[in-house]
Ligand binder design. Structure first.
Ligand SMILES: O=C(O)CCC(=O)C(=O)O
Ligand SMILES: [Fe+2]
Length: 267
């Protein structure tokens, strides 16, 4: 169903079976949203955003003690809070959510098999999934070296499917270096999230990533997080434990995890 390139720190998936128009429509809807006049955007952004980005950015740049995320985000927790405009925004995002969930579920089966578990092991363990969507916009920045688009973080979910436009900006941590991921048309970047790290007892590790910005070009990315529902107890899979590999993480429901662990990036 797909070719997976990469290694421990990133997965770049091509031939993922998502029809290109679905990807194009999601990116277009995001762009159309952020191109609307500020007034129209503001009511939505207030509800959904943690941003301190472009609109008050110059001020933020001057405060040296503050971490600045030079971006705006529309956050749709549990796929809710849709703006009425652009009119096709909601449908475009829901189609992307549906299609990317299929890809991530298939990848979970690949991971299960790789760990010599039954193919549906992790899908069964995580149960009914919930999805949240972060639609990110990073405007050009006059002094990109002073800010980040989005600070370094790992995603607290199982997997994230990141769809980005063709502007460079995503970086992943590999050892002590930041590596820029070159955007590829048609590809999705899949991140391992913290819930898969716990359930695989650290055999898969969550990817630390961040976004940088540039002087001339704005950038759009759409991150779809696949998460268990809040009641699901996430713990290292007993089948993966042995005397020589004891559990490395505590068992916690996803709800408890969300309430106690925060990386400063809302998911
Ligand atoms: O914009 C990007 O490339 C990264 C976005 C991201 O990591 C997120 O929304 O969690
Ligand atoms: Fe992320």
């Amino acid at each position: 169903m797909c070719s997976v390139y990469g290694n421990l720190y990133k997965l770049l998936v091509v031939n993922h079976d998502i029809p290109q128009p679905v990807l194009d429509a999601a990116l277009k809807a995001a762009r159309d949203f952020f191109e609307m006049p500020s007034k129209e955007k503001q009511s939505y952004e207030k509800e959904t955003s943690e941003s301190n980005g472009s609109d008050n950015g110059i001020q933020s740049l001057e405060s040296k003690d503050k971490v600045v995320d030079w971006g705006d985000v529309m956050f749709h927790e549990d796929l809710k809070n849709w703006p009425a405009n652009p009119p096709d925004y909601k449908n475009a995002m829901l189609s992307y959510a549906r299609e990317s969930q299929k890809v991530m579920e298939k990848l979970l089966d690949v991971v299960s098999k790789e760990l010599r578990l039954v193919p549906t092991y992790f899908r069964d363990l995580f149960g009914d999934f919930e999805q949240s969507l972060r639609v990110n916009h990073y405007p050009p920045c006059p002094q990109p070296e002073l800010v980040l688009g989005l600070r370094p973080h790992t995603d607290p979910v199982v997997f994230t499917a990141l769809l980005e436009d063709q502007t460079r900006g995503l970086q992943v941590r590999n050892g002590d270096k930041w590596v820029t991921v070159d955007p590829e048309p048609d590809a999705l970047v899949i991140f391992v999230g913290e819930q898969l790290q716990v359930a695989s007892n650290g055999r898969y590790t969550a990817v630390t990533h961040r976004a940088v910005v540039n002087k001339t070009t704005d950038r759009i990315s759409i991150a779809m997080g696949l998460a268990p529902n809040s009641k699901v107890l996430v713990r290292p899979a007993p089948e993966l434990l042995e005397k020589s590999s004891p559990p490395r993480y505590e068992a916690r429901t996803y709800g408890e995890f969300r309430a106690t662990v925060s990386h400063g990036v809302r998911w």
